[in-house]
Design a protein around this ligand. Structure first.
Ligand code: ADP
Length: 403
């Protein structure tokens, strides 16, 4: 699809360039030809009044006379042809001269071009005789031929240059689409992969349940497994839907003025028992009275993801710290824990969908979607999120605009 898009882009570009190039170059050609024609016509007309005499600047005096490539013919009322001026043309071949005169007399126009002879003519009638002036146009023809060759060369060179530029431009223009396409494909592949595992477990357990030798204890274990896996799948599907809505900008979020300090306090209270159960400590320093415009559901989701990750990934018997403070027009929420240091490479990728530092954790309903959802929520509120890892402490820092 991306290749097709790139190809179309190049074709459209080259079509526009070709139309413009041929327009410009043919205008140049037509304009030059017209100019040459006009001056040649003026010149041949001026020959009616006598031979052309040209001054040669290098010679002092007398003024040199230059022969001009033309000759005149007069045709008497009785049809006698007489050449009386000009000396450049081969006038010894009487037969071809008569052919030329006959051809000229047969034309209707007063002046014109005889391409076969490379001559321009001008004829006028007086007292029954016709006077014809012929001027050689092989110079003109050669200039125009040369111009045609040059313009053709220019158009080929310009076409090749523009083609190269178009290919580069197409690559540059299509790059974001190509990246989005790759991401989407990766997303679908990862989602299918993650859904396949619980589905396989559910199907196997269901098949075992149908077996005749399944006792009560086995039945209860298998149905418990099916329920657990189904819940995991529902969680994953909900996460996927949440991200798809964020991508489409169709997240159902009702924005209102909220006491974010209070919401954070509540989240800490909610998570306290979870931390206690695992032998962890949750410490918090929350500046009161921080208000912002946002969606309570989504902000709760954000706090939940960060606190859940902290208790999931910190070392045992350590404490997790949550701070919320005001900083200018923003508030800064930080969740820090002591855990396995996150490498620079992982810090760059940690917010990507399905990215997990420890891939083996997927079985534990860790699909690598939490931080992507957290990032989507933060962006939805016009804020920023990033992760830091230093001195054994991993911190997730969120900046949100306040009111
Ligand atoms: P998951 O469902 O796997 O937790 P997340 O998107 O929330 O997905 O996190 C992505 C990865 O980032 C996790 O797999 C984990 O390796 C790393 N991570 C997230 N939070 C923390 C944390 N507080 N400390 C250390 N690593 C973390």
């Amino acid at each position: 699809m991306i290749k097709k898009l790139r190809f179309k882009f190049i074709i459209i570009n080259m079509l526009i360039v070709s139309i413009m190039l041929s327009g410009i170059l043919s205008t140049v050609y037509i304009y030059t030809k017209k100019n040459i024609d006009t001056s040649a016509e003026a010149m041949i007309e001026s020959l009616r009044f006598g031979p052309v005499m040209r001054g040669i600047p290098e010679l002092d005096s007398p003024v040199g006379e230059m022969s001009f490539p033309y000759f005149c013919v007069s045709v008497s009322p009785f049809g006698f042809v007489n050449v009386y001026e000009g000396d450049y043309f081969d006038l010894t071949d009487e037969e071809s001269l008569l052919d030329l005169v006959r051809l000229t007399l047969a034309t209707e126009d007063k002046s014109g071009v005889l391409n076969d002879y490379s001559l321009r003519y001008y004829k006028e009638e007086s007292f029954g005789s016709v006077r014809i002036i012929y001027a050689d146009i092989s110079g003109e023809i050669s200039i125009l031929n040369h111009l045609r060759t040059t313009l053709f060369g220019i158009s080929i060179a310009a076409f090749i240059i523009f083609l190269a530029i178009s290919v580069l431009l197409a690559r540059w223009a299509v790059k974001p689409v190509s990246e989005a396409w790759d991401q989407q494909r990766q997303f679908v592949a990862d989602a299918s992969h993650e859904l396949k595992t619980p589905l396989t477990v559910i199907m196997t357990d269901a098949e075992l349940l149908q077996a005749d030798d399944c006792d009560d204890e086995q039945t209860s274990t298998l149905s418990r497994n099916i329920l657990t896996m189904s819940k995991q799948m529902r969680g994953l599907v909900e996460d996927l839907l949440e991200l798809a809505r964020a991508d489409n900008g169709t997240t159902k979020a009702v924005f209102e003025n909220l006491d974010f300090s209070h919401i954070t306090d509540e989240a800490v209270l909610l998570f306290d028992p979870v931390f206690f159960e695992k032998g962890l400590k949750l410490e918090s320093a929350i500046e009161p009275g921080i208000f912002l415009s946002g969606s309570e559901t989504h902000l709760n989701q954000l706090l939940e993801i960060l606190l859940d990750n902290a208790q999931k990934y910190c070392y045992p018997d350590t404490s997790v710290t949550l701070t919320l403070r005001r900083s200018g027009h923003h508030c800064v929420l930080t969740v820090s824990d002591y855990g396995e240091p996150i490498s620079k490479e992982d810090l760059k990728n940690i917010f990507k969908r399905f990215y997990r530092v420890d891939k083996a954790r997927s079985m534990n309903s860790s699909y690598g979607l939490g931080l992507s959802i957290a990032e989507a929520v933060v962006k939805m509120h016009g804020g920023q999120i990033h992760a830091e890892s230093a001195n054994g402490v991993n911190s997730f820092i969120v900046q949100l605009p306040v009111i």
